[in-house]
Design a protein around this ligand. Sequence first.
Ligand SMILES: [Zn+2]
Length: 177
Amino acid sequence: MSMEAPQEQRFRPPVTADCPLFSQRLEEHLIAVSRGEAPAKGRFCGNCYHPVARETDRCPHCNNHFVEDRATVDVVPDEITEILRRQRKTESTIVNSFAFLGVLIAVIGGLGVVLGIPYLRDNLLPATIVYAVILLIGVRGLAGFLGGYYGDRIGYERARRATVASWKDFEAIRDAA
Ligand SMILES: [Zn+2]
């Protein structure tokens, strides 16, 4: 492995299948800025907006060269912040919807179990206890499973599609300017 290895890689625009649009550090930066925990100004790759050190001339995230390709910028464009905000909102909305569905299934399913067993139907106290146990286990389990697994995956995919489309639109406008 020579030191020149990264230089041989070709410059790649952020919108490609294998490249996450928001680098981990860019996402962390934008969240910190939105919370007022970090200054908006810094040094960012002019192609993918990954935060970069002062002495580097090549982006470690997208391989953009700051002299030959796109120069660095001081602030991440508002459009990029907005794309990330929408992505996170879509993800959390879908995760929450699936978690809520899990709660609903536990509530209704538990009721179905209790009403479906004749002994429980006629004895309020045991029925209440059984229902409480079903809720306790079912709500956490189903909400966690549906929200954390399906919601997370579906939310990510849907949000990702929207993000790629928005980022392409943004790039088209940026490159035309
Ligand atoms: Zn970059």
